[in-house]
Design a protein around this ligand. Structure first.
Ligand code: NI
Length: 167
């Protein structure tokens, strides 16, 4: 396992479309392990997506179980994830390992139904709400070359410079 370098804005690789995962092999399991080690190595991130380490493949990790009072499915490796249903919307504050100096207010669905494969290629369906649903929507954006700064309504009023870096 290895801690990988996180690409930061404005690296153009963050703006590219990631390709579907076709092979559920050892290489994929190693990528998932490296992503998890990288997620845990930095400031407490609830998610990470493969394009953030320069791998343009449709795989993300989400784990919001460290946040109190948030319904969640624990540690999830989501391969070829696809949101098949959205409901509600709310504004919430987001950060990103690739945008270390800012947080931003972003509108997201409050509830989603998600289809994704696991590392063995099995298909799962999840019903998610609240912060977990937000984190998944954020990570899936990375697979389509989108960052939260692309979704703020106003860069002037909805982006906030971080005062200190969390460690
Ligand atoms: Ni992010």
């Amino acid at each position: 396992m290895a801690v990988l370098d996180i690409l930061k804005l404005p690296d153009p690789r963050l703006k590219r479309l990631a390709a579907p995962v076709g092979r559920f092999d050892r290489g994929l399991r190693e990528l998932a392990a490296d992503l998890e080690e990288t997620r845990l190595a930095g400031p407490s991130a609830v998610g990470i997506a493969a394009p953030q380490v320069g791998r343009l493949e449709r795989i993300v990790i989400v784990d919001v179980s460290g946040r109190p009072k948030t319904p969640n499915h624990g540690y999830l490796v989501l391969v070829n994830p696809e949101i098949v249903h959205w409901e509600g919307f709310a504004i919430g504050r987001e950060g990103c390992l690739s945008v270390p100096d800012y947080t931003g207010n972003v509108i997201r669905a409050t509830g989603i139904r998600l289809k994704a494969q696991d590392l063995e290629g099995r298909v799962h369906e999840y019903v998610m709400e609240g912060f977990e649903a937000r984190a998944v929507q954020h990570e899936l954006d990375h697979l389509d070359g989108l960052l939260f700064v692309d979704r703020v309504v106003s860069r002037r009023t909805d982006l906030h410079r971080r005062k200190v870096h969390q460690t």
